[in-house]
Each structure stands twice: as C-alpha cells, then as structure tokens.
Design a protein around this ligand. Structure first.
Ligand SMILES: [Zn+2]
Length: 116
C-alpha cells in the first residue's frame, strides 16, 4: 500500500498547480514512473480516485509512462540503460563490471496536466 503516500503527494502538487492556473477541472495527469518503482498503475488510479473525490481533480485519468532504469558503472564510468529482464545482474556492457550505481529508475514525477 505504498502507493497511498505517493498519490497523496502527487495530488497535492496537482491541486497546487491547478489553483495557480485557475483550472476548473483536471482531466488527466501524466506521470513518469521509473521502471524499478513498484508502484502499480491500477492502485495508483484507485487511490487517486479515492483521494481526489470532491475536488477539482476528481475523475482525472492517470496516464502513466514508465521510464527506463539507468545505471552508471563504478569501474569505467559508463552510463547505460539496464535491461532488467535479460540482465539480472546488470553488468556493464563496456567492461562487464557488476559494480554500479543507480542513476534513475525509482523516481516518479508529474510530467504534464490536462485541464479545463
Ligand atoms: Zn564498466
């Protein structure tokens, strides 16, 4: 149920933006969510529907786009997109090192709002 606090903070930002721009109704919220994030689309929408009830974001659709996981090799400094399905150990494609740091993949942010 980790979606709840995430959605709660997303909704806060959405409402603040909507207020700043005199929006009457938020129609859709475009989100970018890292592939490594375990947020599930289905739950995100359900929590959003629940939390946004009675406000100007009620009924808004979440449009969720997954962004790839990017790693940086600790040994050679190469930055690469990790293929989580085919490369479980996430080896560096340049030097095959298994030492790496995560650059992105767990984050989420609001990309765009559709409103009237
Ligand atoms: Zn490397």
């Amino acid at each position: 149920m980790h979606e709840l606090p995430v959605i709660s903070s997303i909704l806060k930002i959405v409402l603040k933006h909507a207020n700043d721009h005199n929006v009457k109704q938020v129609v859709a919220v475009h989100l970018q969510v890292g592939e490594l994030s375990d947020l599930e689309d289905k739950w995100m929408q359900q929590y959003f529907d629940h939390l946004s009830k009675g406000g100007i974001a009620e009924g808004a659709r979440l449009v969720i786009e997954r962004t790839p996981v990017v790693m940086k090799c600790t040994d050679c400094g190469h930055t690469y997109v990790a293929d989580l399905k085919n490369n479980e150990k996430l080896k560096c494609p340049e030097c095959a090192s298994e030492k790496n740091t995560l650059i992105s993949g767990r984050e989420y942010f609001i990309k765009n709002l559709e409103a009237i």
